[in-house]
Design a binder for this molecule. Structure first.
Ligand code: SF4
Ligand code: SF4
Length: 198
């Protein structure tokens, strides 16, 4: 897998495809490269945020800040394909064209009050925020040496991220006590699935 194909696969995993995530974790941890191991843990936290832990109350309280503030978000070609497939070609008028790239403006045109109106096919960047967003994690990523659960960063003013970090850390701590060591990303994922899905 290379380039955009990796991101397409990652989007599938972050949107809830457990098998896609398992495959990705095996590739990332198999490399043994610290930045890849960090990414593997980050994907597990992000998967939990997107699919296992209800953060709707936290996002409502925050008012959907991450969809309103910040620079326009770059979109992949598969994001555009999904948007056009679901909303028709007219959707392109809501986006920003920059050379060969399409960007999602902020405030986002698909936000209503604090909610996302295109939840089922939201772009890769939205499914990645904040644990699998490189810009948010880069400093911790550089510090990480490749062993144990990294200290994932939660951006200031993101109560949903705080809730997920606390919840996943608590599951990891229980597992750490049982195993006598930090769980791998794969072990952490399986335990989260057991705890939240039974
Ligand atoms: S993910 Fe964080 S910043 Fe974004 S709406 Fe939810 S609480 Fe707010
Ligand atoms: S597409 Fe949805 S999740 Fe992404 S920025 Fe817009 S409202 Fe937020």
């Amino acid at each position: 897998m290379a380039g955009e194909e990796v991101h397409r696969h990652t989007k599938k995993a972050l949107a809830g495809d457990v098998e896609a995530l398992r495959a990705l974790l095996n590739i990332l941890t198999g490399s043994g490269v610290p930045v890849a191991v960090y990414a593997a843990y980050a994907l597990v936290y992000q998967f939990a945020m997107n699919n296992l832990i209800d953060v709707s109350e936290e996002c409502r309280r925050c008012g959907g800040r991450c969809c309103r503030e910040g620079h326009p978000v770059p979109l992949y070609s598969f994001d555009i394909e999904e948007l056009v497939r679901n909303l028709g070609p007219g959707v392109l008028a809501k986006l920003i064209r920059s050379g060969d790239t399409w960007l999602l403006p902020r405030p986002c045109p698909f936000q209503e009050e604090w909610r996302c109106t295109i939840h089922r096919f939201k772009p890769y960047a939205c499914l990645s925020y904040p644990f699998a967003t490189e810009d948010e994690q880069i400093e911790e990523m550089k510090r990480y040496r490749g062993s144990g659960i990294p200290k994932l960063r939660v951006p200031p003013g993101c109560p949903a991220g705080e809730k997920v970090k606390e919840s996943v850390d608590a599951v990891a701590e229980g597992l750490r006590r049982r195993l006598g060591r930090d769980p791998t990303p794969q072990e952490l994922l399986e335990e989260l699935l057991r705890v939240y899905r039974g």
